[in-house]
Design a protein around this ligand. Structure first.
Ligand SMILES: O=C(O)c1ccc[n+]([C@@H]2O[C@H](COP(=O)([O-])O)[C@@H](O)[C@H]2O)c1
Ligand SMILES: Cc1cc2nc[nH]c2cc1C
Length: 556
C-alpha cells in the first residue's frame, strides 16, 4: 500500500553493512526516472559512489560544514545535543548516490521554466522521493546529506560545470526504524506537526511594498554652516585640505553632526547577465559573470582584497546571473531572471521586472544596514553591462553615442566599432517613449536597476552612498533622474578609465575622489577611496583649531 510506504519511509543515518544488490539499486533508479520532470526536460542525473576514498572526502566536507552549523547554535546545551546527533552515514552506507540536475537543458527553450527555472531542481527532488519510496518498499533506505559546501563537493567529484548536485544520498539497509518516526523526533530534537499546514486564499491582496524607515534628516543648513566654520577653523591655510574639506562637509551634513563617524561600512556587489552580451560586445564570454561571482564568494577577487584591507563587509547580490549558485551566507539571491533579454530585439526587462529590481535593491539596503551601517558602497559585475550603461547614458544625457561607448573589458578597435554599430542599431529600433523608466526597462540590466533601487533606499535612510565606476554611475544617473536629491548623499569614488565616465561625471556636476585609470568595476573604486573618507572624518574630529592650539589666523 502506498500509504504504508509513505509512513515507513525514513531519512536514515544508521545502516547495517549488508551490501545493496544491483537489482535493488536499479529498480530504485528506475523509480526515480519515472518521476515527473518539468517540460519533460529529463534533466535529473545520477552518480554512484562505492569508493571508500571518495566517501571519506565527502565525509570531511560534511564534518567541516557541520562544525560551521554548530557555531550558529546559541546555547551550550543545544550545541552538545546537536553534536550528539548522527546526521549522516556516509562511510557506513555501502552505496553513495549523488542526485543532480543538468542546468544545460536551459540553453534551449524549456516549457515550465519562464517564471522560475527552480522547476528543474524540483523535478530532481520528485525523483529523489520516488527512489526513497522504492528503496523503502524493497527493505532498504536512504539518508539525504545536505550539510556540504556544494562548491567543493562539485570540485572533488569532478562534476561538469552544468551539473548541479542536490546532495549526497547514503543508500543501504537500515539498522533501525527509529521507532517508526523521524530520528529527530525520536531523540526529542523536534516534533513533526500532526497535520499539513493548509490555508485557503479567497481574496487578493495589494502588492507588497518594502517597509522603509525614512530617517528625517537633521537641520542640514544649520549643521552645514557649523561644519564649514569648524573646517575653516582647523590649523591649516583656508581650503588647503582641498577635496577632503568638501568630503568632510558632505559627510557631516548627511549624517547631521559636527563629529561624524563611519559605522559598519558595507560594500555590495550586484551581479547579473545581459542578453546583449551574446552579440560580441564584450571581450569576455557571459560565463565570466558567474565565475567571478564564485570568485567573490571564495574571497579571491580584487574587491575581496581591498575590502579585507579596509575592513569593509562584503555581500554579493545575484540580481540575475545565468546560473544557480549554491547557498552561501555572503550571497543574497534576488534573481529576477537568468539574464536580461537582448535589447537588440526586445525590451531587456518588463516594466514589472524593473519595479521588482527597484524593490529588491531597496530590500538589500534594508538587510545590510541592520547592523547600523551608515555607509554603503555599490559595485557591479556583469559581462556586457558597459553596453547597457552606454546606451542609457546616451539617451538620458543626450550626448553622442560614440562619446558614451568605450572598450569595457577591453575590446579591440574593430570590436569597438562593431559594439557601436550594434548599440546604434538597437537604439534605432527602439519605438518606445523616452520617459526615464521606459528607457531603464528597455536598455537596463538587473544589477544596475537593483543598484538604482538600493541607492534610492540608501538616500531615504540618510546613508552615505559610495558610487564606483562607469556602470555604477549610470545606475546612479537613473536613480538621480527619479530623485535628484540623491546627489546630497552620493560620493563619487573614482573616475574610471572607461570612455564616457569623465563626461558623465561632468554632466552630473560630480568630482571623483580618485583617478587611477581603473576600469574593473566590482566596487573597487569605493573600497580604494574608503581611507579618504576616514581621513576626512578624522581631520574634522581630531585636528586642532586655531583657537584650541593658540595659532594665529592669517591676515584677512
Ligand atoms: O567600473 C567601470 O568603470 C568598468 C569599466 C569597464 C568594465 N567594467 C567591468 O567589466 C564588465 C563589463 O564590461 P563589458 O566589456 O563586458 O561590457 C563588468 O563586469 C564591469 O564590472 C567596469
Ligand atoms: C575577469 C573579469 C573580472 C571582472 N570584474 C568585474 N568585471 C570583470 C570582468 C572580467 C572579465
Amino acid at each position: 500500500m502506498l500509504e504504508d510506504l509513505l509512513k515507513l519511509r525514513r531519512d536514515t543515518r544508521h545502516f547495517t553493512n549488508e551490501p545493496v544488490p544491483d537489482s535493488v539499486l536499479q529498480k530504485a533508479l528506475m523509480a526515480g526516472h519515472m518521476a515527473p520532470s518539468v517540460g519533460l526536460t529529463d534533466a535529473t542525473r545520477y552518480y554512484i559512489i562505492r569508493s571508500g576514498e571518495v566517501k571519506l572526502a565527502v565525509k570531511h566536507l560534511f564534518d567541516n560544514y557541520s562544525r560551521k552549523a554548530e557555531q550558529l547554535i546559541e546555547t551550550d546545551d543545544q550545541k552538545s545535543a546537536y553534536r550528539a546527533l548522527k546526521l549522516e552515514g556516509i562511510t557506513d552506507a555501502p552505496i553513495g548516490l549523488v542526485v543532480c540536475y543538468d542546468r544545460s537543458v536551459l540553453n534551449e527553450f524549456t516549457i515550465g521554466t519562464i517564471a522560475t527555472n527552480d522547476t528543474i531542481r524540483s523535478s530532481a527532488v520528485c525523483a529523489i522521493q520516488n527512489i526513497w519510496l522504492s528503496l523503502t518498499e524493497q527493505g532498504y533506505s536512504m539518508g539525504w546529506v545536505s550539510i556540504l559546501n556544494y562548491h567543493q563537493f562539485k570540485k572533488i567529484l569532478n562534476l561538469p560545470d552544468e551539473i548541479e548536485p542536490l546532495g549526497y544520498f547514503c543508500v543501504g539497509k537500515p539498522a533501525t526504524d527509529y521507532e517508526k518516526q523521524p530520528m529527530l523526533q525520536q531523540l526529542g530534537w523536534k516534533n513533526k506537526s500532526e497535520l499539513p499546514a493548509v490555508a485557503e486564499i479567497d481574496s487578493l491582496s495589494g502588492a507588497a511594498s518594502v517597509e522603509s524607515s525614512t530617517i528625517v534628516p537633521a537641520d542640514h543648513q544649520n549643521v552645514s554652516a557649523q561644519l564649514s566654520a569648524a573646517i575653516d577653523g582647523k590649523t591649516k591655510p583656508l581650503g588647503s585640505l582641498g577635496m577632503l574639506e568638501d568630503l568632510a562637509l558632505q559627510i557631516g551634513t548627511v549624517l547631521g553632526t559636527l563629529s561624524p563617524q563611519i559605522t559598519d561600512p558595507q560594500l555590495v556587489v550586484f551581479a547579473a547577465d545581459h542578453g546583449i552580451a551574446h552579440h560580441g560586445v564584450s571581450a569576455y564570454p557571459q560565463e565570466v559573470t558567474r565565475q567571478m561571482v564564485n570568485n567573490f564568494l571564495d574571497g579571491g577577487a580584487a574587491i575581496n582584497v581591498f575590502c579585507r584591507q579596509h575592513q569593509i563587509a562584503l555581500k554579493v547580490v545575484d540580481a540575475g546571473v545565468n546560473y544557480d549558485f549554491a547557498p552561501n551566507a555572503d550571497l543574497i539571491v534576488h534573481k529576477i531572471a537568468k539574464g536580461t533579454q537582448s535589447f537588440l530585439y526586445a525590451a531587456a526587462m518588463s516594466a514589472a521586472e524593473l519595479e521588482l529590481c527597484l524593490q529588491k535593491g531597496a530590500e538589500v539596503v534594508a538587510e545590510v544596514q541592520k547592523g547600523g551601517s551608515n555607509t554603503i558602497g555599490f559595485g557591479e559585475m556583469g559581462i556586457g553591462n558597459t553596453s547597457s550603461a552606454s546606451v542609457l547614458m546616451h539617451l538620458l544625457c543626450g550626448l553622442p553615442l560614440q562619446d558614451c561607448v568605450g572598450k569595457g573589458t577591453g575590446v579591440n578597435a574593430a570590436q569597438l566599432q562593431k559594439k557601436q554599430e550594434i548599440l546604434q542599431l538597437a537604439i534605432s529600433r527602439y519605438q518606445g517613449s523616452h520617459e526615464v523608466k521606459h528607457l531603464m526597462a528597455h536598455f537596463g540590466g538587473f544589477e544596475m536597476m537593483q543598484i538604482a533601487g538600493a541607492m534610492l533606499e540608501a538616500k531615504k535612510r540618510n546613508l552615505l552612498i559610495l558610487v564606483d565606476g562607469f556602470i555604477c554611475t549610470v545606475a546612479y544617473l537613473c536613480a538621480f533622474k527619479l530623485d535628484p536629491e540623491l546627489q546630497r548623499n552620493a560620493i563619487f569614488c573614482h573616475q574610471s578609465d572607461e570612455q564616457g565616465h569623465r563626461l558623465l561625471l561632468e554632466q552630473l556636476n560630480a568630482k571623483a575622489l580618485l583617478k587611477l585609470d581603473l576600469r574593473l568595476g566590482e566596487g573597487t573604486g569605493c573600497a580604494l577611496a574608503f581611507p579618504l573618507l576616514k581621513s576626512a572624518v578624522d581631520f574634522l574630529n581630531d585636528m586642532a583649531s586655531f583657537e584650541s592650539a593658540e595659532v594665529s589666523t592669517g591676515a584677512v
